[in-house]
Design a protein around this ligand. Structure first.
Ligand SMILES: Cc1cc2nc3c(=O)[nH]c(=O)nc-3n(C[C@H](O)[C@H](O)[C@H](O)COP(=O)(O)O)c2cc1C
Length: 203
């Protein structure tokens, strides 16, 4: 059993989503002692934005000639890690109503036609079905009940769409929200989310 653990918060040790993703991974380690964990911090080693040269290399042009050899290798490593994983745990904070740009750069490397999805005459076919995805989300405000705020939620909705697109229709989402409202609110939100992380079903 292989688990890929991704963190995307820029706030290091103070990060809410990092604490939650670590708790989720710990829970899965405890329930499956032999589990093999790969960790990728996409803020300390960020992936570059996609470029035309990168896409040309992916289409068969020489990466050396295009000077994107390292970038293509990084992309391949990220994709291989994702494809090899049975479980993916992602710590995902909300920045400006959506995912951090570092996480978008990672998604740009794993949504690859022919690898994680394909177009057919009946529409898109997700090729990553069967993987278990757990996302630990942190949001400063509240986006659940109030319709105007819910309309600004482009983190959870976006990730659900992305994973559904590649065939993973049932991501498990753990949310701590309202972390910036007050220390008390943050503490309560953390406690609830940690409880959910430590109650995850066994790996
Ligand atoms: C650059 C930045 C942008 C943010 N934008 C939003 C936002 O649009 N909506 C929101 O509810 N909270 C926003 N926040 C607050 C974070 O979502 C909140 O503090 C969350 O707990 C951060 O998770 P982390 O501690 O794992 O990084 C923002 C925080 C930062 C640092």
């Amino acid at each position: 059993m292989k688990l890929l653990h991704i963190d995307a918060s820029i706030l290091g040790g103070n990060s809410v989503s990092r604490q939650l993703s670590a708790a989720a991974v710990e829970r899965l380690r405890q329930t499956s002692p032999g589990i093999e964990v790969t960790y990728r911090d996409i803020t300390s080693t960020p992936l570059a934005h996609l470029t035309g040269a990168h896409l040309a290399a992916a289409q068969g042009a020489s990466p050396e000639a295009l000077d994107v050899r390292e970038d293509v290798a990084a992309s391949q490593a990220v994709l291989d890690e994702f494809l090899a994983a049975d479980i993916i745990v992602i710590g995902a904070p909300m920045y400006n109503f959506t995912i951090p740009s570092q996480l978008k750069a990672w998604i740009d490397r794993i949504l690859v036609a022919g690898k994680t999805f394909k177009y057919t005459d009946k529409g898109v076919n997700g090729l990553a079905a069967g993987k278990r995805v757990i996302v630990t989300i942190s949001r400063g405000g509240l986006y659940g009940a109030d319709p105007p705020s819910a309309a600004g939620e482009h983190l959870e909705t976006y990730l659900r769409w992305v994973f559904g697109f590649i065939g993973i229709h049932d991501p498990e989402i753990i949310v701590a929200e309202g972390t910036q409202i007050s220390p008390e609110h943050r503490e309560k939100a953390m406690a609830g989310a940690l409880q959910a992380a430590t109650s995850l079903r066994a790996a």
